[in-house]
Design a protein around this ligand. Sequence first.
Ligand SMILES: [Zn+2]
Ligand SMILES: [Zn+2]
Length: 340
Amino acid sequence: MVEIRKDYFLDVFSIVLSQGMPKEQFKEGKCVLCPGNEELTHPADLVIVKKGETLLKQSDTEGDYVKNWVVRVFPNKFPFVSPNAPPSYGESPHYSEPAVGYHYTLVATPKHDLTFQKIDTEQWTNILASLQDKIRWLYTQRGVGYVSAYVDYCKDSTSLSSHPNIQILTTPKVPPIIEKEAETVQTSMNELGVCPMCRVISSESSGPRQVLSTDSFIAFAPWVSRFPYEFWIYPKKHQTSLLKLSQKEMTDLALMLRSTLGGMSKSLGSADFGMIFHNSSEKKTTKQIHWHIEVFPGVHQLSSFEIGTGIFVNMVPPEIAGQQLGSSSRKELAQLVGIS
Ligand SMILES: [Zn+2]
Ligand SMILES: [Zn+2]
């Protein structure tokens, strides 16, 4: 069984699976994401290979796996959603629909032990370009209303997350949080003629919560940070999706990610974090948002109060987070710019 269920009253959804939790990060003692173990995964439909200075797009075929890759994207063996989800529809109060969709793993580096924070800017541009490519393709597929891309990284975990990877998951509808953001943006655009996030960006610029500013991006700890040291990365100009990035902006975002994730891990002494891309849906009929990345340092378990009320308790004021992460991220940036 794989279906999406909606709450009796609220816009709250669960993907309900009967397959149990995946435990096959290591198969026969081998990491399935590592080079040399490609045949333990499904064939990859996007493999980036570097030949001299040129990047080539290739794909595996059954029994013939591309070697010496820099990024590899393949269908997850334990998908949360499936293109062949059995039809299962339920009416209110037991509303359900088939969990139709695609679930991919993007391996962010061939090096198992390289933490996300040490991935260099060149590799980050490879990752971002591969992500653009895959997301664009997914929107051409049947039953895809929204594509989410996220990271759950825990260095010492024995689960899938210890080898740097990005999960790409589609849902038939736009998730409630993105939908809510889009409604707010649309209302403000209609009534005031401005994007509310563009206003937030100008009010957080050079303020106490700013973490880092580059040519095209700004990172800041949001006014209502749910988690300690949470920070968001926004394009400074109004832009609706990662898919709209120019090559120059992508290089700048790579620099921003390398600097802030590097600064975060040095400042907090931990490589663990979660991260999600909030893009607008590419479906023609949907409302648009000002796209961004949300980063949650550490590994989080919600308290019952947080789950039961939706109110978060955060022991680190975002002003402190902005200052602390800012100082270490600026050092990283200075080193990177100094070297290159
Ligand atoms: Zn590995
Ligand atoms: Zn905007």
